[in-house]
Design a protein around this ligand. Sequence first.
Ligand code: SF4
Length: 293
Amino acid sequence: MACNICPRNCKIDRTAAAGFCGCSSVVRVARAALHFDEEPSISGTHGSGTIFFSGCNLKCIFCQNMVLTDGKLGEVFSVPRLAETMLKLQALGAHNINLVTPTPHRDAIVEALRLAKNDGLRIPVVYNTNAYETVDTIKAYQGLVDIYLPDLKYVDPRLSLKFSRASDYFDTAIEAIAEMIDQVGFMQTDENGIAFKGVRIRHLVLPGCVFDTRNVLDAIKARFGADCPISLMSQFTPIPACTVKPLDRPLTQREYENALEYCISLGFTDVYTQDLTSVGRSFTPPFSDHVEL
Ligand code: SF4
């Protein structure tokens, strides 16, 4: 079947070849474990039951998880194994099942979620995405995903082309996020501050690109209003493989403060910020070809 799962629209038969995302018809998982580096409402006290998928449809040149983006690392998972892994993470006490870079694996994930829910999966399901999604793919998750964490990376097409080879990034991502919000609304938390439903839009502030952070915040406010939950991230870490300026240096404290001041000036009411010690810190967990769980 010609793959059109994401906006790359490769139209290739993935049983015969891999697409832009590096994924063939098999699902590779490079880590499944409790994870504590998400926002407090996602990691909570027990951890987020995170499943890291191999392959990526955006392939940003500054990606901290670059080892995963070509789709080669990771253990091949069947649909039943994927469902079983979700149930094991639930049994370990995870607050949620957190699907990281799930986009190319839509059909297997949808099937696994149905199977796992049928077999007793009760905790919320989090869809953790670069937001370069088609509306149709997000519609496929209606009723299966409780929480969406789209990372809205750019508005400026010059940046999205240069850093992610996707000049249509913003126009595509904003429609996908609108569909997410239509499905589950804005993020809601329980009495312990743990998220159980809704959307929180993430944005990673990039060095030398605070002007586009302002564009992103303006666009969110214009489309969804200032009550839209935001996570303004400072954790950009330059990687040796990326020598393109200005992404070859860490974000400065002043840049993050400028971004945050602008966010507050727009009147956003629900904003997660990151401690400035996050600047330059690695958030990359160990990945492998063998998943212990
Ligand atoms: S999921 Fe992969 S193969 Fe399919 S359209 Fe997107 S990049 Fe291409």
